[in-house]
Design a protein around this ligand. Structure first.
Ligand SMILES: Cc1cc2nc3c(=O)[nH]c(=O)nc-3n(C[C@H](O)[C@H](O)[C@H](O)COP(=O)(O)O)c2cc1C
Length: 403
């Protein structure tokens, strides 16, 4: 086994947390919270990741408020689900793993109803293409009181997460959700202290980071998922992403999980490979939305060739900019690729689809060493499977999933 691969499998520290290795199961929305309550499937899913040997498993899209959810059957962090969250963390700990919660808010990009506010809100008023056929076709602009309330909601959610036994928090600042909407020049058209320059566009993400840090204390590991690029010309580009990373480092963030793309606009930039649209269309319950997806979905969900380590070139630029720990994410599919990522100075390595296909991957790496290669084909049907009863799965393991 190469020293780089060996190093990835050794214990490592992330702020005050000792992890058994440097491998992280990244957030992939599970679809396992019927009625907004973490279900047994969710517990089994993360228990399997921990049993398979990852250092840290990440629970996807933990909303900070009911208004921060994109669609029904997502959970938001409140006392009503505390016992289930406690059980989830205890089971993962029982398997020897650590567990992180991805704190998220969707901003304007929602089709969830009822809302406590007249319409979902982000940095600026805009068309809410996701809610077009759910009676919420436009998003509004957050005012000062919305901003203050949202910051407080992040802090309250963070306290709850820590008290429920989670070992770390990942603040979602990417993929076109609320904080990414503020950071992106394509989505933030404000003329106040929260819009315009990058310093201004970073104001809310930094306020959230400070509030979350205040809620959980200095040693509690805080990561942020940040776009390296939004994946289109008018969006965030790598130069500003690097400056944003520097601001987050100065504000005391512990690590950045590097990603890219906006789910609202460039979803395939996130994960590459085959379009999951064909499997998604029949699962869509709203007939108008289903028809729109059928006719126009191909524009936002085109096939996009998969390349191993597809974010590496952009990630290198961020590596040159900051000293803080960086988590490489995107297209890790072989032991050779893993060794390269470690060799280039990325402290942690996160995987999505390879672990969905095979949660035993970390154990397998111990045995197979350099010869390990993921059997995931990047068919991306796992993306559509989020909408199946029982939630996400790899169709290679369950070929009749869409039958
Ligand atoms: C089925 C699926 C669901 C995802 N859900 C989320 C999510 O809830 N939050 C998030 O930040 N990223 C999500 N992503 C993006 C992944 O975190 C990751 O960026 C992407 O899968 C690329 O990593 P990979 O090549 O290792 O799979 C999802 C990806 C997939 C395939």
């Amino acid at each position: 086994m190469s020293p780089q691969l060996h190093g990835l499998l050794q214990p490592a520290r992330l702020a005050g947390l000792e992890l058994r290795n440097r491998l992280i199961k990244t957030a992939t929305f599970e679809g396992m919270c019927p009625g907004g309550v973490p279900g047994e499937d969710l517990i089994r899913h993360h228990a399997a990741m921990a049993r398979g040997g990852v250092g840290l498993t990440t629970v996807a899209y933990c909303g900070v408020s009911p208004d921060g959810l994109t669609f029904p059957d997502q959970m938001w962090m409140h006392a009503g689900i505390f016992p289930q969250l406690q059980r989830l963390t205890a089971v993962v700990h029982g398997e020897g793993g650590a567990i992180s919660a991805q704190l998220a808010h969707c901003g304007y990009f929602s089709r969830n109803r009822p809302l406590n506010i007249p319409r979902p809100r982000g940095p600026s008023a805009c068309i809410n293409q996701y809610g077009l056929f759910s009676g919420i076709p436009v998003g509004g602009a957050m005012d000062a009181s919305d901003i203050g309330r949202t910051v407080a909601e992040y802090a309250a959610a963070a306290s709850l997460v820590r008290d429920a036994g989670f070992d770390a928090i990942e603040i979602h600042m990417g993929h076109g959700y609320l904080l990414s909407q503020f950071i992106s020049p394509a989505l933030n058209h404000r003329r106040d202290a929260y819009g315009g320059s990058l310093d201004n566009r970073m104001r809310l993400p930094l306020q959230v980071l400070t509030a979350v840090r205040g809620a959980v204390g200095r040693d509690f590991p805080l990561l942020a998922k940040l776009n390296l690029s939004d994946g289109f010309k008018a969006g965030l580009q790598i130069e500003e992403a690097c400056q944003a990373a520097r601001l987050l480092e100065q504000a005391g963030l512990d690590a950045i999980v590097m990603s890219g793309g906006l789910v609202s606009r460039t979803p395939m930039f996130l994960f590459r490979g085959a379009s999951p649209l064909k499997q998604m269309v029949p699962l869509e319950k709203n007939p108008l939305q289903r028809t729109a997806m059928k006719w126009f979905g191909g524009a936002s969900f085109p096939d996009l060739p998969f390349e191993e380590l597809y974010f590496l070139e952009l990630a290198r630029q961020m590596r040159r900019t900051v000293d803080m720990p960086l988590v490489y994410l995107g297209g890790v599919a072989s032991a050779e690729g893993m060794a390269q990522v470690a060799d280039e100075g990325f402290e942690f390595l996160a995987l999505g689809r390879a672990l969905l296909h095979d949660p035993e991957l970390p154990k397998r790496l111990q045995h197979e060493g350099e010869t390990w290669r993921s059997a995931c084909t990047h068919c991306n049907q796992c993306v559509a499977s989020m909408g199946l009863p029982g939630g996400i799965r790899c169709v290679l393991n369950e070929p009749t999933a869409f039958a």
